[in-house]
Design a protein around this ligand. Structure first.
Ligand code: ADP
Length: 668
């Protein structure tokens, strides 16, 4: 039991899981494809980035080469001048100016060339705009002296700046110290300094550093050759912070740092990467749509399959619990039979009827009939044939059934469906009922016969007895003693009473003799007849009879209805209160398919406990001394009402009055 419950729980869990499985798979596919696409995108981005850096690097190295050349060449030229001075062991100002004019003509980025003897400027070219500088001692110029001093002490060229010039623009100043060797082999002595002022805008322009034309954003720093730690020289400092490609520009003394990023930044640089990203996103979206579309499709299918299975299960349960046998057969061979079918032919549980011949189970006398019905059903799909069929159960017993047969389609082909209801028990009960009814009728007839014979045949001898007793009375009154007179009087009374009762009994037993079916009758007619018959009694008692409302048309035997009214109204007058005017109301009300007639009086009434008894033959509640009668009137009423398909009953209260009701079938 435990394992079964466990198994069921696992099955339920698995069913729940399996409905979610397609969605899980779709989510997994989406996640995986998302990851793969992201990875591909990252790789692609990295590759593109590397390529972009390499490209930038090569462009940058071309720039650097140009820059280095354009910066170094003028300085090298000044080195040529130095060589000349050393060679000639000095130089006149005129010679310097001539040499400088030649140099400047070839290198137009040189703004001026200056020669100092010691630390005092002795000549400058071009001279006109710079004449003020002549004779100036560098030591008196705190802004220039440090680099000059550095060049002198280090005996190496020093590049300073770029510095902003008073006259506008920026310039790079190269200081080349000139030491003359001592011919005697002693220490060389300082001749002076060659200074070259290089026009930076010109150098930059010649090197191709034009922000508008460059395919990148470029920045230079390293004033005074201090490299990365020096101040900005050109471009936007921010470039250094945006993971630029960097390169060093080598100067004769120190370096500049050069940084570049693609124009608009790295991200903006790569259109193709954006295309890749776009395509990736589209691909991802398609994957999501496809996988979830698939998942929902699978779920819908699963649901449909489940619904079909459930509905099949329902139908199966319905079929198997149905109280009728359901059998489908084709060409007389059973294709389907439910449990009840197996039960109907008392086949052992577990034995299948499928594959068996239908007619094998049919009682031999009924086979032709069943075959004909099967044929009729197959011939016309609209036909439903039905009727009794007897089957032979496996234990040899005959099973009486009601069968309905019609054509159906099973697996795409026509077949015959038979619905079989076992009516053996019902038939058995029916037969039993009929038998009982018959015997009842017989005994009833016997009884009636007896009552008739008794009352009829007893009349004759009774008349004799009565006659003689009366004769005795007449002839011997006063001739015997007093007791004899009384006895004879009692005997006379007794025989009279007995004659009365026997007459009543005969009357009662003959009630059924006059027959005929109940017919439509306007109840007002029989009522009026009864009232007319009672005219004398009404006059005598002063009774007031009131018919309330319209009397209906009912299904009844006219004479019998008149007699019912006669008896009931007669009683209402008879059982009046001595001190009260009898008032009798007669009315009818509709109750479903019947009319209920009522006769109400204001007479002596009865104890409710005895209300059932009064309808029995010879039952009376009052003594004959006070109220005459034999106790047969209401028995006759009951018999007549029942004979007309109705019912009679009474309500009463002692001292208040009684109401008698009886129902009859309405005529409409
Ligand atoms: P009978 O009137 O000949 O005695 P019934 O069969 O007509 O016989 O009545 C049976 C008894 O029912 C009566 O004896 C009487 O006691 C009682 N009974 C009948 N009708 C009435 C009535 N309207 N009021 C009071 N008692 C009644």
């Amino acid at each position: 039991m435990g394992t079964m419950a466990g198994g069921l729980a696992i099955r339920v869990k698995w069913q729940k899981l399996s409905t979610w499985l397609p969605l899980l798979v779709a989510a997994l596919i989406t996640a995986c494809s998302g990851l793969v696409l992201l990875k591909v995108y990252a790789l692609q981005a990295e590759r593109r980035h590397e390529a972009a850096r390499a490209e930038l690097l090569s462009q940058l190295s071309v720039l650097r080469a140009r820059l280095e050349y354009n910066l170094t060449a003028p300085l090298l030229i000044s080195r040529g001048l130095v060589a000349q001075i050393v060679y000639h062991d000095g130089m006149s100002d005129a010679d310097f100016r001539r040499a400088a004019s030649l140099v400047i003509r070839d290198y137009d980025s040189i703004r001026n060339l200056t020669m100092s003897r010691g630390t005092v400027i002795s000549s400058v070219y071009p001279e006109a705009p710079n004449r003020a500088a002549l004779g100036v001692d560098y030591r008196t110029k705190p802004d220039q002296w440090p680099t000059v001093q550095q060049a002198i002490t280090s005996r190496k060229p020093v590049v300073a700046g770029p510095v902003n010039l008073i006259q506008g623009g920026a310039a790079l100043i190269g200081r080349v110290p000139v030491y003359l060797p001592d011919p005697a082999g002693g220490e060389s002595r300082l001749f002076g300094l060659i200074s070259v002022v290089i026009d930076m805008p010109k150098v930059f322009l010649a090197s191709g550093l034009d922000a508008r034309l460059l395919p990148m954003e470029l920045a230079l720093r390293g004033r005074d050759g201090l490299g990365r730690s020096g101040e900005m020289i050109w471009g936007d400092e921010a470039v250094f912070l945006r993971s630029p490609v960097e390169m060093e520009v080598t100067l004769p003394d120190g370096t500049w740092a050069m940084a570049a990023i693609p124009k608009g930044g790295w991200a903006a640089s790569d259109g193709q990467l954006r295309v890749t990203a776009g395509m990736g996103a589209v691909l991802f979206l398609l994957t999501v749509l496809a996988s979830f579309g698939w998942a929902f499709h699978v779920r819908r299918q699963q649901r449909a399959v489940r619904l079909v299975a459930e509905s099949e299960e329902r139908y199966r349960a319905l079929m198997e619990t149905a109280p009728m046998a359901v059998v489908v057969h084709r060409d007389g061979v059973i294709l389907f039979a439910n449990t009840q079918a197996t039960r109907t032919v008392r086949a052992p549980a577990g034995e299948t009827l499928i594959g068996r011949k239908v007619l094998d189970f049919v009682f031999p006398d009924d086979r032709a009939d069943v075959a004909a019905r099967m044929g009729a059903a197959m011939a016309d799909p609209e036909t439903v044939v039905g009727g009794p069929v007897r089957y032979v159960a496996r234990d040899g017993r005959v099973v009486e059934c009601e069968v309905i047969t019609t054509r159906v389609t099973l697996d795409g082909e026509p077949a015959v469906l038979s619905v079989v209801l076992d009516v053996s028990q019902r038939n058995q009960a029916e037969r039993e009922r009929e038998r009982l009814l018959e015997s009842l009728q017989r005994s009833n007839e016997d009884l009636q016969q007896f009552a008739y014979i008794a009352s009829h045949d007893l009349q004759e001898p009774l008349r004799n007895v009565a006659g003689y007793v009366q004769l005795l009375g007449r002839r011997y009154r006063g001739r015997l003693d007093k007791d004899a007179d009384d006895f004879i009087a009692f005997a006379v009374q007794g025989t009279k009473r007995m004659q009365e009762m026997i007459a009543n009994l005969l009357d009662y037993s003959l009630l059924h003799r006059e027959d005929g079916e109940p017919a439509c009758v306007d109840s007002r007619g029989p009522l009026d007849e009864a009232l007319a018959d009672l005219g004398a009694a009404m006059d005598e008692s002063g009774a007031v009879v009131e018919v309330v409302g319209v009397m209906p048309v009912v299904l009844a035997r006219r004479v019998e209805l008149a007699r019912i009214f006669l008896n009931l109204i007669g009683n209402a007058i008879k059982y009046r209160r001595a001190d009260t005017v009898p008032r009798i109301r007669i009315f009818a009300r509709r109750d479903g398919l019947t009319w209920v007639f009522s006769v109400a009086d204001n007479g002596i009434g009865m104890e409710p406990a005895y209300l059932d008894r009064i309808f029995t033959l010879f039952q009376r509640l009052h003594s004959r001394e006070t109220y005459d009668g034999t106790g047969i009137g209401l028995a006759i009423c009951r018999k007549l009402v029942q004979h007309n398909g109705g019912r009679i009953w009474a309500e009463s209260e002692p001292g208040q009055g009684s109401t008698f009701h009886f129902s009859l079938q309405a005529a409409d």
